[in-house]
Design a binder for this molecule. Structure first.
Ligand SMILES: Nc1ncnc2c1ncn2[C@@H]1O[C@H](COP(=O)(O)OP(=O)(O)OP(=O)(O)O)[C@@H](O)[C@H]1O
Ligand SMILES: [Mg+2]
Ligand SMILES: [Zn+2]
Length: 276
């Protein structure tokens, strides 16, 4: 290193640059002469700070990816539910308002979460309620939101199983996960065989979500008044229903029965080319 370079690097008669940063060229190790003694000091350049920031960013990104894959893994969704994505839906004049509103619900997730905006999809069978609810689940799971989605029948079965396998602790743990998820989707409420046990459990979950202010999306093919009856307890009090109407926007799914349309298309293919 020439004297000139030493001077350029900020060295003088009492200092000597021992090492420079390979990236920015600034001095990172100096020798100081104080009262006839020499001392080596390390100094930092901005590259250190930048490197630390990059590593921190990378660590956060990995944590997010990890969290996201765990959320997906433990979403409790079955394979059909996992495969429902907005990108694969057939958009028609009839269904596009549901699809657009559902995508909008995802875009406004932070607001919906803050204000506990849930949804009640109701309507006759085969109108796409489950499909759209699952598209919302998958879109939000992709952005790192913790979502649990399952049918009420499945939820009751899982809770029963967890009790049978792991006792009260197992049951409490699973119920806790369902209660704590950022978003809970309970599909097909009203399809379950109602017993005192199932009614109490459904109430417990709805009440916990209501009290903690966490959004829930519910689908049903019951009419609103039949749903109210379904959620009315033996004493004639509609406690669970009253909580739901306070936090859910009611969305009626009308239009074509997809299942019938799919089955007609299949029948056509089946007989195609057959001569009588
Ligand atoms: N937009 C869509 N494009 C293509 N297929 C669809 C669409 N919506 C629903 N389907 C298909 O139609 C069938 C019925 O839809 P889905 O199960 O969502 O109806 P549902 O309203 O939940 O019915 P149910 O009340 O009986 O539970 C499914 O096989 C689904 O994959
Ligand atoms: Mg359904
Ligand atoms: Zn540097």
């Amino acid at each position: 290193m020439t004297t000139n370079t030493q001077a350029q690097l900020g060295a003088d008669n009492n200092t000597k640059v021992l090492e420079v940063c390979k990236v920015c060229g600034k001095a990172v190790k100096m020798e100081l002469y104080v009262l006839g003694r020499s001392k080596t000091v390390n100094c930092k350049c901005e590259c250190d700070e930048q490197k630390r920031k990059r590593e921190e960013q990378e660590r956060r990104k990995q944590e997010f990816e990890h969290e996201r894959s765990l959320n997906k893994k433990y979403s409790l969704m079955d394979n059909k539910a996992r495969s429902a994505v907005f990108e694969n839906l057939t958009v028609t004049e009839e269904n596009k308002k549901y699809i657009m509103a559902a995508e909008n619900y995802c875009r406004q997730w932070e607001l919906n979460k803050r204000e506990n905006n849930g949804l009640l999809f109701y309507g006759k069978t085969g109108r796409g309620k489950t499909t759209i609810a699952c598209c919302i689940a998958n879109r939000l799971l992709d952005t790192g939101v913790s979502v649990k989605a399952m049918s009420v029948i499945d939820m009751l079965q899982r809770i029963r199983d967890s009790f049978n396998s792991y006792g009260t602790d197992g049951e409490t743990e699973l119920k806790g996960e369902i209660k704590r998820a950022d978003l809970l989707i309970l599909d097909d409420i009203g399809a379950e065989h109602k017993t005192d046990w199932s009614a109490a459990l459904v109430y417990e979950i709805i009440d916990a979500r209501y009290r903690s202010g966490k959004p829930t999306i519910i689908t049903t093919n019951l009419t609103i008044s039949a749903l109210r009856d379904h959620l009315t307890d033996n004493n004639g009090v509609a406690r669970a229903y009253d909580r739901l109407v306070e936090i859910l926007s009611l969305v009626e799914f009308k239009g074509t029965n997809y299942r019938q349309a799919i089955s007609e298309e299949k029948n056509y293919n089946f007989f195609e080319g057959v001569k009588e």
